[in-house]
Design a protein around this ligand. Sequence first.
Ligand code: LR7
Ligand code: MN
Length: 584
Amino acid sequence: MSGRLHRRLRCCLLGVLTVLAMQLLIVVLVVRFGLIDELISHRLLLQQQQLSLHQLEWREFITHTPDQPHALYQYNRQLSDNLAAVRLLPTTRHHSCNRRRYRLPQASRAKLSVVICFHNEARSMLLRTILTLISRTPEEYLHELIVIDDGSEDAGLLASLERHMTAANVQRGRPTLIFRRNLSRKGLIWSRNEGARLASGHYLLFLDSHCEVNDGWLEPLLERLALNSRLAVSPVLDPIEPETLSYMAGNELLKGGFDWSLHFHWLPRVLAEKEALAQPYASPAFAGGILVISRESFHKLHGFNPHLEIWGGESIELAIKLWLCGGQIEIVPCSRIGHIFRPAHAFEFPLQFGQEQKQKQEKELELEQELERVQLDSAQATYLRNSKIIAESWLDEYKYLFYALKPSARQIPLNLRTVSQPSYDPAQIKAELNCRPFDWLMRHVSPELRLQHANLSALGTLRNADRCLHVAGTEPQLQLQLASCHGLQVTQWHLHQESGQLSTSEQRLCVAVDAAAKQPQLSLEPCRAGQGGQQWLRRNTQLQHAGTHLCLDNPLKDQLLLSHCRPHAVSQSFQFALEIQAQS
Ligand code: LR7
Ligand code: MN
């Protein structure tokens, strides 16, 4: 009797355990692989934010997206429309980040104002950015959300978003929602400054309009900011693939930096001994333009440089300004934000160049002709003008390196004085904040800037009279020739001090001579260390090939050859845009 009871009990227990194990397995599968992602995401929305789907009616909001070509978005808009508003995302940060308890400031002292400006963003993408942010940010810290429509073609978007979000927000009253629309296009730099002007929180977050913050993104940043008031921070950016919209892990072994043409680059970071992968680390520049900074220090630094237009360079300028004027920048790997890295610009660049609206039309033609002459389209020209403004503002004597690499920047008009913006004078900022010279940044923050040219004796275009040495054609049919020195595309050269190699600035191709041939010929070869055939000597302004002792020569217009060196021969005189030091 008792034996049967025992067996039954055991059976029962086994049954219960099996059911429990099955449930556990299902939970693990669901969480690990994001199964029924859609269903859970909806529940996430409902539970965490008490945002009723009925109130928000986001489907209805999305269906009013105008049908636009793919080029307007540069990502899979249909797929975006069909995904959940808030998705479960894979955990991309190091597992130690999940276990840590962050030392957080009191919420009343760490209110966050988020600034999102956008131009022609798809409705579903913008909404996902906003709702994901709201659902993954602790309510007590999220003070306000400032959304600025920078003259998007979908003219009803902002009003409709405002209606839907205000309705959903009504019983909570937080975050405060601020909506603004620029009737004409002002660019992201103007718009972000405007957002910062409207903000009232302690900290500002600048966010692109196609981002998904990941779980626990804010806490690791707040911890760092609370420890050090001079600090501004970036998360590690997780790439979201534009066609599949799959969310991937970003690389925490990279820091943000820039080169002498003021172009943003990721730089490898070397871990110090015992330095954990998840530890915050100093970075010369932010992770792109996504950053958190205290509102007070942002305004002390006079915000983003208002002379910069439309797109580009503002976060590099802010980084330089911060480092030189007493601030610091860190990237915090336990904080993750996903961003769609688009393959091309999704918008036009209206030419503004500091012109007042009324002046614009008459000047536009003039400007267009000028740009045609230097072969720049309006996107390149805007970006180059922004870079030139930064070089002129902060690089001190090193700005000549910028011009050496970007010779066409000299032709770009600045027109800074005609701008009807609050005055922004770098010299005044430097005096006010007692900023250091640029040289300090090279020594203490960005040694790679120095290294980039430590081993060069000359760089930039290589000119004889009005002709420049140029690599023409496409691979594998590349040709060395003389071409007009104007135009953006003319080849930039590096003359390396130790090896004597004359390479293209990407350092892939070197100018070579086959010394064994009867008639030595110039050619282009992949650069190889220790190749005698690729070694050149600088003799005043001549370039003499080490193996044959012959000199580079341009005896007739556009003819490039090697001939016996003749001192003072004009046809053998080649000038680099920038000579750094004499060859040893
Ligand atoms: O005229 C415009 N007005 C706008 O409001 C042009 C753009 N925008 C908006 C746009 O809708 C988007 O939300 O500005 C934001 C940035 O423009 P994107 O996303 O088209 O360009 P991007 O991703 O290349 O932007 C990077 O460079 C910009 C330079 O001005 C800003 O600094 C962005 O913040 C920056 N984005 C990132 O850093 C994300 C990671 C990329 C990297 C590295
Ligand atoms: Mn972007």
